[in-house]
Design a protein. Structure first.
Length: 67
């Protein structure tokens, strides 16, 4: 069961840098990935959403060609 959670969490974290053309899209996609990862790992969904949104926006702003 733990292995499954880790595998799902890794897949969801990979989606944090998935896409998004605008700042808002990047934030929403990151928030969704962060919230889902947090839910799978049993953490705070709100905190996961905030961290995911910030991480995806930061990544996409620094590496726009990879988003």
């Amino acid at each position: 069961m733990l292995f499954r959670k880790i595998l799902v969490a890794a897949a969801l974290m990979g989606s944090l840098a998935a896409c998004g053309q605008s700042f808002g899209e990047q934030a929403v996609i990151g928030a969704g990935g962060g919230a889902a990862t947090s839910a799978v790992l049993g953490g705070s969904v709100g905190t996961g959403a905030l961290v995911g949104a910030a991480a995806n926006v930061a990544y996409c702003q620094n590496y726009p060609s990879r988003c």
